[in-house]
Design a protein around this ligand. Structure first.
Ligand SMILES: Cc1cc2nc3c(=O)[nH]c(=O)nc-3n(C[C@H](O)[C@H](O)[C@H](O)COP(=O)(O)O)c2cc1C
Length: 255
């Protein structure tokens, strides 16, 4: 199974066996962290792997899932950095699926410790992971998401490759399953828009930039699977457009 295939079967896992993951697999995970592709090269980030039992007191927050391991993602303080975090961590979560390991993003959890390597960077997301006590995979038909036609607008008939990209993006996980994105498809471009602040649910507002990074990673992984040249760009002419509930985030350009 590759990362693209993992998108279609992954599900959040909230019950874990507390047994350790074997050392070779942990080595592979650490190596993958070193090799993972960021969305933006210039952003500084660092991931710390924590032993769940040893670090019980340093991780706190609502909806915390008990797991044998946690990943803490540290990065700079900017919206771009948080999107970059979503882009990187989703790839890691999918990598874990390919190794038979389950995980769950922990948007409400924060850590009180900061390793030396992460000095000056803030923890923005925690991921609980380990061997699942429940199934780590599911059938794609069981995925609860909005219908694709309700999250996108196409300016013209769209081809099979673009449809595959959009179907893959639709499966992206998001905090509270809020799916705070909409897509406008035009020719070889997919413009991604991000929901503006939800006044009645401020908790979602805190993670929606992260969610956008996650959905962008799905576009890129689908494009790689189809051997398409794909670039994530920001088009200033679109960013200036005023929209009621959504703001422009990025454009996927397919060549
Ligand atoms: C940014 C982010 C934060 C999340 N925070 C939590 C959390 O704190 N606790 C939890 O149980 N699930 C959390 N989730 C998991 C979502 O609830 C889950 O991804 C969504 O409901 C879709 O379900 P699925 O992952 O099984 O497809 C989070 C997901 C994302 C992307």
């Amino acid at each position: 199974m590759n990362l693209y295939e993992a998108i279609y079967v992954r599900q959040s896992v909230r019950k874990f066996q507390m047994k350790p993951i074997d050392e070779l697999t942990m080595k592979h995970i650490r190596r993958y962290i070193q090799a993972v592709s960021p969305l933006y090269d210039e952003i500084r980030w660092h991931i710390e792997l924590l032993d769940g039992k040893a670090q019980k007191k340093t991780l706190k927050g609502p909806w915390k899932v008990e797991a044998p391991y946690y990943m803490v993602f540290y990065t700079e303080e900017s919206r771009k950095a948080v999107r970059n975090a979503g882009f990187i961590l989703e790839q890691l979560v999918l990598y874990l699926v390919t190794k038979g390991i389950g995980s769950c993003f922990q948007g409400g959890v924060h850590t009180t410790c900061q390793p030396d390597e992460a000095k000056g960077l803030k923890p923005v997301m925690v991921v609980a992971f380990g061997m699942g006590r429940e199934c780590i995979e599911r059938d794609v038909k069981e995925v609860r998401r909005m219908r694709l036609q309700d999250m996108m607008v196409a300016k013209e008939e769209i081809g099979e490759d673009m449809k595959t990209l959009l179907r893959t993006a639709r499966l992206a996980p998001s905090a509270f399953n809020a799916q705070p994105w909409r897509f406008v498809v035009y020719h070889n471009r997919i413009h991604v828009f991000e929901r503006k602040q939800w006044k009645w649910m401020p908790a979602i507002g805190k993670t929606k930039d992260f969610d956008i990074g996650v959905v962008l990673s799905h576009f890129v992984l689908a494009a790689e699977e189809l051997w398409l040249q794909c670039e994530v760009q920001r088009m200033e002419s679109i960013s200036e457009k005023n929209m009621r509930n959504y703001e422009y985030a990025a454009t996927i350009v397919i060549e």
